[in-house]
Design a protein around this ligand. Structure first.
Ligand code: NDP
Length: 339
């Protein structure tokens, strides 16, 4: 079958496309920067060039942005969405592209793809699940982040009020929660002939295969880990709130299985390998001699304070998660060239 992968030039999407190609699928990737897509075609996807085509989609928010790209596809993995914390206006920078991109994609799929389109999987996030909770809380896919949506809506109602400004991480979370909500609303109101599913990954680590020009351009989640590898953090800081990881190869598999598995239709999947602390990551890096830039002193034991239930993704999608040590080591090896 032919699968459309939106934002194919990104970290997660490039892995999803590669694994689809390896499994014999044809892939059509959308890109706003064609040179980054050509990099994939000539590099990581070189063995599969006859099965990989590139379509330019300059702006997710353009009405009809995906109308051409969806034609004739059998499945869609909609992965393109902004993930960064450079926020001046939460709506302009994050929420509008996330929501309008999703709605544009779904509308195009309904009107232009054709009846052979079986299923659309969208990349949501833990951001669409997580809300403030006391330590010990167990997170799973039954939960929804209304908290960040409320913050975004309070800002929208009173945008110049200094007390209604939205912190960048909350703006990102709102963008993902609202985009996923737009998916389920679309299904309810439009009753499309295709099925849908959502994949909700936590922090994604693992090897980088897409085109990255310098350290600053590494995607947001890997850059947090890179900062330890490159010695950019003065010391190990856990920060507040829950922290869990998943390897990018397991995120790619989650998308593919969510497209393939009959039982996955209409479902969302919490895509998480387990909890981590930065102290654990630093010890893994130390063990493998990857702390060449800054020898962080050992921090001692840090208690894991939240629980992440990944049973559904294992049972329905058949995922068998890569460990923190394997994921961290593979990440370090793939970003060493930027040191
Ligand atoms: P990347 O930044 O590597 O990928 C983002 C992709 O979306 C890129 O292809 C990017 O294009 C494209 N994109 C972003 N903004 C726009 C825009 N305004 N118009 C057109 N295209 C755009 O990050 P990830 O691979 O990590 O993220 C992919 C998806 O996974 C996102 O939906 C993100 O929310 C989600 N996610 C990521 C997690 C993580 O920890 N990494 C965790 C949970 C969810 P270009 O290559 O040109 O920049």
């Amino acid at each position: 079958g032919l699968i459309l992968v939106t934002g194919v030039t990104g970290y997660i999407a490039s892995w999803t496309a590669l694994k689809l190609l390896e499994q014999g699928y044809k892939v059509r990737g959308t890109a706003r920067t064609l040179s980054k897509a050509e990099f994939l075609k000539n590099g990581p996807f070189a063995k599969y060039t006859s099965n990989f085509e590139i379509v330019e989609v300059a702006d997710l928010e353009d009405n009809g942005a995906f109308n051409e790209a969806v034609k004739g596809v059998d499945g869609i993995a909609h992965i393109a969405s902004p993930f960064h914390y450079r926020v001046t206006d939460p709506y302009v920078d994050l929420i509008n592209p996330a929501v309008n991109g999703t709605v544009n994609l779904l509308k195009a799929a309904k009107e232009y793809a054709g009846l052979q389109l079986k299923r659309v999987v969208i990349t949501s996030s833990f951001a669409a699940i997580v809300e403030p909770h006391d330590p010990g809380h167990v997170f799973d896919e039954a939960q929804w982040n209304q908290h960040s949506i409320n913050l975004a809506e309070a800002f929208k109602a009173d945008p110049t009020n200094p007390s209604k400004q939205v912190p960048p991480n909350e703006a990102y979370r709102a963008s993902k929660a609202l985009a996923e909500r737009a998916l389920w609303d679309f299904v309810k109101t439009e009753s499309p002939s295709f099925e849908v599913a959502a994949v909700n990954p936590v922090f994604v680590f693992g090897p980088v295969i897409h085109s990255v020009k310098d350290a600053e351009s590494i995607n947001t989640s890997v850059f947090l880990l890179y900062k330890y590898i490159a010695g950019l953090n003065p010391k190990v800081e856990e920060g507040a709130g829950p922290k869990a990881f998943v390897d990018v190869r397991d995120v790619a598999d989650a998308h593919i299985r969510a497209l393939e598995v009959e039982e996955a239709k209409g479902q969302r999947f919490f895509n998480v390998a387990g909890a981590f602390t930065w102290a654990e990551i630093v010890e893994i890096l130390r063990k493998h001699n990857k702390l060449t830039k800054n020898d962080y002193p050992p921090t001692g034991e840090v208690v894991q304070s939240y629980v992440y239930n990944n049973a559904k993704s294992k049972e329905v999608l058949g995922l068998n998660y890569i460990s923190l040590e394997d994921s961290v080591l593979a990440t370090a090896e793939s970003v060493e060239r930027f040191l």
